[in-house]
Design a protein around this ligand. Structure first.
Ligand SMILES: [Zn+2]
Length: 132
C-alpha cells in the first residue's frame, strides 16, 4: 500500500499564538526585515567586522529574506501580524510581531503608530538593498 502521507505537499501552516487554531493568510504579502548599522548587520548575518563595516560604508540596507512579517486571520482572534523566521533547515518559527520587528520591516508602517513618511522612506531604502 502506498503511503499517502509521503506524497503530501509541503505547505507551511501557521497557528494562532493565542488559541492554537490554524491561521489564514490575509494576503497583504510578506514584509521582510532589514538591518542597518555595523553592529546589527554583523550580528544578524554573522559576518566579520570587516565585511559588515564595508557594507555599512556603502550604505547598503540588508534585507533578510528568511525573516518577515505577515498578516494572518484567526477565526476567533481576528487579524494579527506574525513575525516569521525561516531557519536554514526549513523549520519555521513564529511569534507575534512587536515594535522591534516593525522598526525593521520593509514597506510597512507600525499599525499602532501610522506615519506615511516613514513608510515612504523604508520603501526607498529597501529598493537600494542587496543580498549577501
Ligand atoms: Zn486564535
Amino acid at each position: 500500500m502506498a503511503n499517502k502521507r509521503s506524497r503530501r505537499k509541503k505547505i507551511s501552516k501557521f497557528y494562532c499564538p493565542h488559541c492554537g487554531d490554524r491561521l489564514w493568510r490575509v494576503g497583504t504579502g510578506k514584509h521582510y526585515l532589514y538591518y542597518q548599522g555595523r553592529e546589527e548587520v554583523q550580528d544578524h548575518f554573522k559576518l566579520t567586522k570587516k565585511t559588515a563595516t564595508l557594507l555599512v560604508k556603502q550604505n547598503i540596507v540588508q534585507l533578510d529574506r528568511q525573516h518577515w512579517l505577515e498578516e494572518f486571520l484567526c477565526e476567533e482572534h481576528g487579524k494579527m501580524w506574525l513575525n516569521i523566521w525561516k531557519h536554514a533547515d526549513g523549520t519555521i518559527e513564529t511569534t507575534l510581531a512587536n515594535r522591534h520587528h516593525w522598526k525593521r520591516s520593509s514597506r510597512t508602517i507600525d499599525p499602532t503608530k501610522p506615519n506615511p513618511s516613514v513608510s515612504e522612506f523604508t520603501y526607498r531604502m529597501s529598493r537600494k538593498s542587496a543580498r549577501i
